[in-house]
Design a protein around this ligand. Sequence first.
Ligand code: SF4
Length: 206
Amino acid sequence: MGNIAYLYKDNLYLNITNKCCVRCSYCIKYRWNKLFRGYNLGLNGEPTVEEVKKELKRFLNSNVKIKEIVFCGYGEPLLRYNVVKEISLWVKNKFPQYKIRVNTNGLASAYTKVNICKELSGIIDSICISLNAHNEEVYLRLHKTSIKHPFRAIINFIKQAIKYIPVVTVTAIKHPLVDIAKVKKITEKLGVRFRTRRYLTSYESR
Ligand code: SF4
């Protein structure tokens, strides 16, 4: 089994699945052979709630400085939204001093047909949604998915996130095909925070 929890830049990240409802052309899961800055994020199976809690306890009961707990990893965490819910509620109860964030591709609601943002209401503190395109056409050029109109689906997901989650940030990768100024405009119209992400190519060990 690879790493379920890993530390990076003051945050504790949780890697609860390798499954994803989209294949991004720039995904470092494939480019970096499931490695991430010295960690192996390749899971043999999906960790159980108890296995994730055990890992969390190991870090949260230590003296390591942790700013935020983030569901992220090499897969879409919200495909396991019930696990995200259960673990987050447990953290809020046992370690209320920690903020919880979810990093997502924004497509899990369209995939599962469940309003996941509503499910997470009052449970997580913030959400970071990857939009990674300024329109449907560019999105489809960079991403492969069985979901119809994925760009539209992500915008709908953002609107639900605004309703139910206190802090919503939309991100876009600095890819030559992505017009960052246009993505920024979309986020301004939606009234959410915006930040860019680096376009990563060759493996970085740290
Ligand atoms: S959403 Fe994330 S894990 Fe899934 S393919 Fe895209 S970059 Fe990779």
